[in-house]
Design a binder for this molecule. Structure first.
Ligand code: CMP
Length: 140
């Protein structure tokens, strides 16, 4: 695969607020190619597994409950420097600290309900992409 991939989820808050279309337009406008995508809902068990690295954090229970509270959009994105460029596009985890024009500054309401997820490394992007998609569900 030429170029790098990253993994994203449009979280339940942004889906519920009707921001799927606007967020996908920002993603395409920033030059990312969507190579896999699904509209789905995580069970509490699956959300817990996805965020297992945060198991010891005080917000883990809240995070799992929120991420399984409604449908999400999961997607794999391709672009040169995908992980870093996508984190730039979405802005800081806490929307109060996110730069103007970033997806979180535009659509997130709090650090917990922050509209989108973005993988934090190439390795995690691959792990998270394969958590949600089989190889046969990714198309370049
Ligand atoms: P995300 O990029 O999906 O990765 C882990 C998530 O944990 C993060 O976005 C936040 O939504 C959530 N998170 C991080 N810090 C806190 C916090 N202090 N309180 C609640 N949720 C948090």
């Amino acid at each position: 695969m030429s170029g790098n991939i990253t993994f994203t989820m449009i979280k339940p808050d942004a889906v519920k607020a009707g921001h799927i279309g606007n967020i996908l337009a920002k993603i395409n406008g920033a030059g990312f190619q969507i190579i896999a995508m699904k509209y789905t809902k995580l069970s509490a068990e699956k959300a817990g597994e996805f965020y297992a690295v945060h198991k010891e954090r005080p917000f883990y229970g809240e995070l799992v409950e929120f991420m399984s509270s409604g449908p999400i959009v999961a997607a794999v994105l391709k672009k040169e420097n995908a992980v870093a460029d996508f984190r730039e596009l979405i802005g800081a985890t806490n929307p109060a600290e996110a730069k103007e024009g970033t997806i979180r500054a535009l659509y997130a309401t709090s650090i917990g309900e922050n509209a989108v997820h973005g993988a934090d490394s190439d390795e995690n992007a691959r792990i998270e992409a394969s958590f949600h998609f089989a190889g046969t569900e990714m198309f370049e």
